[in-house]
Ligand binder design. Structure first.
Ligand SMILES: [Zn+2]
Length: 112
């Protein structure tokens, strides 16, 4: 399968330790990994297990700040979601999200 990040590599099976903020969330997890850029692709099930492990380790919910420029798709404005965030929240194509506007903030929440 083609890598969703670099579009040039091929995804191959690999066993990886998943470490976030110095805490090992999973050991030798079987993932699909790009043989070119090293991007790891998790299934929705794996993403939710990692989320549970992150919650248990007390590191889930830490604020992550990103800067992005507003892009255009046709006549509409668009913001690209980084692959890491997509993976962390299990934002697979077609999944619904809730968008809330609070003053100048826009919160995008993946529905359970
Ligand atoms: Zn790649």
């Amino acid at each position: 399968m083609e890598c969703p990040k670099c579009k040039r590599g091929t995804l191959v099976k690999a066993h990886e330790d998943i470490v976030v903020e110095g805490i090992k969330l999973a050991e030798r997890l079987e993932v699909e990994k790009c043989n070119r850029c090293g991007e790891e692709v998790l299934t929705v099930g794996q993403a939710s297990k990692l989320r549970a492990a992150a919650e248990e380790a007390g590191i889930w919910g830490h604020e992550i700040r990103l800067r992005r420029k507003v892009s255009k798709i046709g006549k509409k404005s668009a913001l690209y979601i980084p692959v890491d965030v997509e993976r962390m929240l299990g934002l697979t194509h077609g999944r619904e999200v809730e968008i809330r506007i609070i003053g100048k903030r826009m919160v995008v929440e993946a529905e359970e």
